[in-house]
Design a protein around this ligand. Structure first.
Ligand code: SAM
Length: 616
């Protein structure tokens, strides 16, 4: 029981802490703890202060005391996990984060937090706790697991039945020979249905050339083998091939399909997607048998009913404007055939108001007149992840999302339905927006303008749809960061504009065969390289322009826009800027950024992502 006096002291200390008067606040916490050593919030707040004061050992002790006094203290477990993670103590961080997640009944935000800890852990050895954590994170619709890929690959590379087959740099011949050995093959197919391995193969694209090689051989062995490979192992394999959208080279089909209908379907799905109606009817017909075959069921579900629903949603889409010029036609055709990205889990957590979000991104600036429940336009929403994330991220956001591609929009609508998120989708060309589209407090146009004939003109057109004091978030390709892609374009030459999907498959194999020191080789280490739509978007786009900071500076000036700064997923670039230019607290100077970019040309690999608004 906390006395009123102590409560008052704690309130005063918390206020001082918020005002940045850490030393005085710490004094009060210590005084309170001397009188009542079991007050968990006092230990917890003291831990935060000590952490900020650069006293990790004392902070660690204070976190532990808080958790000893109150073992169900969620906030303290979460903060402790982050603290440990920042200090490279990844195994302990993941353990603490699992604890926090369970205390929150494995809610989306709590499991997302755990996925973030796994991301920070990268390739660290997490022991068996890593597997427990991955099993909680993978395959959830309300959690983005993409950040856990390194942790996943690390576990797979250590797996007894996989490690030889996936050993880095293993040649094609060796890998194929290994898998032809019946015992190794049996162990491999048995491993596929182990919970962690199956979760990895069925929920994430595994972006490793050795995995791709293995998929090709495993598919061949499965086709030729007399061995009775369990249908569920085949389904796991097919789900990974499906996630990569059949980017593998087209292989030979099996001679003589199995007589069992379900087995025949799974075999067929190793080579090409099933006909959606056929998949849906198998799902219905074998409902009972499929109760015990979760991966086969999942495969039929993804290739059947999900696709059929998208077709229906596509027919119902509102059209605001159709493709307005040649470039828009070509770009639309690409995304109709290859909607991108084919995401599955949506990031949870981190909800804030627009003013709070902007403040957290640009703490050094005062940006007045921001709406609390903003009207938002996502211009070029693709398959919807961006729009759905914005609606989740910004409290009260009323979102309209437009794109050229009806197939992409249909994917987005289906995902929104599945996640129970409400927003408006419509087909429209950004270069020909109707006047009555309305005015928006925030327009986000990310990864889109550089696919147009005249990006600056389209950007200017969007400004007409800003409400007074409205903000823009723009993301554009960096010339410096995409030099490996430029090298790919040089290899492909004039054929770039006429590539079909088989050409993309073929070119992928050529790129995988390049020597490590070839300027185009780095592209094979990117996630997007490992799916067909990703690879098209990343490497073989119908229309691509790249920017540098002087072109962006010129556009901002011409359009009379005030630049607020870059948004990074990772805090390190900003820290590097502050260290180099300590006098420029707001980090808004593009010339300074250009200098930093010279030193690290891939700094903006994730695009120049920045916020701006018209000068009033
Ligand atoms: C790389 S995707 C990016 C999607 C989304 N912003 C994201 O970050 O996931 C580019 C999208 O821009 C769309 N796009 C390109 N030009 C467009 C235009 N003129 N009008 C509307 N959408 C366009 C494409 O159809 C495609 O879906």
């Amino acid at each position: 029981m906390i006395s009123t006096e102590i409560e008052r002291e704690l309130a005063q200390a918390t206020q001082l802490q918020r005002q940045g008067q850490g030393a005085r606040a710490a004094e009060i916490y210590r005084k309170v703890l001397k009188l009542s050593p079991k007050i968990a919030p006092a230990h917890y707040n003291l831990a935060l202060l000590l952490k900020d004061q650069g006293k990790p050992a004392a902070a660690d002790k204070a976190f532990k005391s808080a958790l000893k006094c109150s073992p169900e203290y969620v906030m303290a477990w979460t903060a402790y996990a982050r603290f440990l993670s920042d200090r490279g103590r990844h195994r302990d961080a993941v353990r603490a984060s699992i604890r926090a997640a369970h205390l929150q009944e494995l809610s989306g935000p709590a499991v997302q937090e755990l996925a973030d800890r796994l991301k920070a852990a990268g390739r660290s050895d997490l022991g068996s706790i890593g597997e427990d954590a991955l099993l909680l994170c993978l395959g959830r619709r309300d959690v983005s697991g993409d950040g856990t890929i390194l942790a996943v690959l690390t576990r797979l590379l250590a797996h007894p039945a996989l490690k030889k087959l996936l050993s880095p740099g293993i040649g094609k011949d060796t890998s194929e020979k290994l898998l032809e050995e019946p015992r190794a093959a049996a162990a491999f197919f048995a491993a596929l249905t182990e919970p962690m391995v199956a979760a990895a193969f069925t929920s994430l694209i595994l972006p490793l050339r050795e995995v791709e090689q293995l998929l090709i051989f495993a598919r061949r062995v499965a086709q030729k083998s007399q061995m009775k490979i369990p249908i569920e192992a085949l389904a796991v394999l097919a789900l990974q091939i499906d996630l990569a959208e059949y980017a593998l080279p087209t292989g030979e089909s099996s001679n003589g399909a199995p007589s069992d209908e379900l087995r025949a379907a799974v075999f067929s799905a190793l080579m090409a997607p099933l006909d959606p109606k056929a998949a849906a009817s198998l799902l219905e017909k074998h409902k009972e048998a499929l109760v015990t075959k979760r991966y086969t069921r999942e495969l039929l579900l993804r290739q059947g009913p999900e696709k059929l629903r998208e077709r229906l949603l596509k027919d119902k889409l509102i059209v605001l404007s159709a493709s307005a010029d040649d470039v828009s036609h070509k770009v639309q055709a690409q995304y109709e055939e290859s909607p991108y990205p084919r995401w599955r889990g949506l990031r949870s957590g981190g909800e804030v108001t627009l003013p709070a979000l902007v403040k957290s991104l640009f703490p050094g600036l005062v940006i007045p007149k921001l709406k609390n429940a903003p009207k938002v336009l996502i211009a070029g929403c693709g398959t919807g992840r961006h729009a759905l994330r914005t609606i989740r991220r910004i409290i009260g956001a009323d979102v309209t999302a437009i794109d050229l591609s009806r197939t992409s929009l249909a994917y987005a609508c289906r995902q929104a339905e599945d996640l129970g998120i409400k927003l408006r989708f419509a087909q429209a060309d950004i270069t020909a927006l109707p006047d009555d589209l309305g005015r928006f407090d925030l327009i986000e146009c990310c990864g889109v303008l550089h696919h147009m004939a005249d990006p600056e003109a389209a950007w200017k057109g969007l400004i007409r749809h800003l409400a007074p004091h409205g903000l823009m978030k723009i993301a554009l390709y960096s010339e410096n960061a995409r030099q490996d892609v430029v090298a790919v374009h040089q290899l492909v030459g004039d054929k770039l504009s006429t590539l079909d999907l088989d050409d993309v498959r073929h070119l992928r194999q050529q790129l995988l065969a390049l020597s490590e020191d070839h300027p185009a080789a780095p592209v094979t280490r990117e996630l997007d390289f490992y799916s067909l739509s990703g690879c098209r978007d990343f490497l073989f786009h119908q229309q691509e322009q790249r920017f540098d900071l002087s072109r962006i500076g010129g556009a901002l000036k011409n359009m009379n826009l005030e630049f607020f700064g870059f948004e990074f997923a990772d805090p390190r670039p900003l820290a590097a800027y502050r260290q180099r230019f300590p006098q420029d607290i707001s980090a808004q100077n593009l010339a300074n950024w250009a200098e930093i970019e010279i030193g690290s040309p891939t700094l903006f690999r994730g695009m120049y992502q920045f916020w701006c608004r018209p000068l009033s």
